[in-house]
Design a binder for this molecule. Structure first.
Ligand code: ADP
Length: 259
């Protein structure tokens, strides 16, 4: 549970983002406390993935600002548009945040352990022996130590996703972003991935943002739920409040359809 009154780990202040003439995010603001587990729910196309991609600096923003542990993620360059200030700054900010995608995105020609060791060796200069030791710990945690030498093609979807989680953890991020990490999986594989998220939740201090359609999981996992529609937060609250007593009609309609 997040400590009360702590300085926020993430502070999003009035960000807007358009793709062409389509405004995906409209003056969006919210804060995430240290160690908080936040679930972002809402209809498809409401901008949830875009928020995670912006936090990961995979997309820029048009206006507003984002502070990560008090440090500005985006700075206004002379030529307009908000982009990460420079490579060095980008590198520093990126090591704070890890992301797991819907479609695993493992390197297909690298073994499981090489998938996990690559980023720490390349971006942090960690030596191979140390990177492998840490990778084995992480693979142990996701229950795949015995698959270290396997290639991604030899793994099930659930196993690939667990490797992707280990890979994101290899840089020891303070913040983890999970984007629909179970939605590409066969139903019988969903649970093994959710179990890993449970372990992370119970055993680490990371701040976690989860975009999901697994409402049961969001209910149990999250300290707080944000319900989005059309790039805005329609309603937010504790899982009990949002799922049992949603105040807004839009939230009620969405939950009736999905649960
Ligand atoms: P959600 O995660 O809530 O389903 P997204 O953030 O993926 O929503 O998408 C919000 C809207 O932005 C959608 O209409 C989507 O088609 C559009 N969108 C997302 N990324 C791009 C992009 N790179 N170019 C153009 N449109 C995009």
């Amino acid at each position: 549970m997040a400590p009360a009154n702590a300085a926020p780990t993430i502070e999003i202040n009035g960000i807007s983002k358009s793709f062409g003439s389509f405004k995906v995010l409209d003056e969006l603001s919210f804060k995430v406390a240290p160690r908080e587990k936040l679930a972002l729910i809402g209809p498809s196309g409401s901008g949830k993935t875009t928020i995670l991609r912006i936090l990961m600096t995979l997309e820029g923003i048009d206006s507003g600002d984002i502070l990560i542990e008090g440090d500005n993620l985006y700075r206004m360059p002379a030529n307009g548009g908000l982009r990460p200030a420079n490579e060095q700054h980008l590198h520093k900010m990126r090591t704070k945040i890890g992301m797991v995608f819907q479609l695993f995105n493992l390197f297909p020609h690298k073994s499981v352990i090489d998938n996990v060791t690559l980023a720490p060796m390349l971006t942090k200069g960690v030596r191979q022996a140390e990177a492998e030791r840490h990778a084995m710990e992480l693979l142990e945690m996701v229950g795949l130590a015995d698959k270290a030498k396997a290639m991604p093609a030899q793994l099930s979807g659930g196993q690939k996703q667990r490797v992707a989680i280990a890979r994101a953890l290899a840089l020891s991020p303070k913040i983890m972003l999970f984007d629909e990490v179970t939605s590409a999986l066969d139903p019988e594989l969903v649970e093994e991935v959710l179990n890993v998220l449970w372990r992370l939740c119970a055993e680490t201090d990371m701040t976690m943002l989860l975009v999901t359609h697994e409402m049961g999981f969001a209910h149990d996992f999250a300290d707080r739920i944000l319900f989005f529609d059309r790039g805005r937060i329609v309603e937010e609250g504790k899982p009990e409040e949002i799922f049992r007593h949603p105040k807004q009609e839009r939230t009620q309609t969405f939950l009736k359809k999905i649960i």
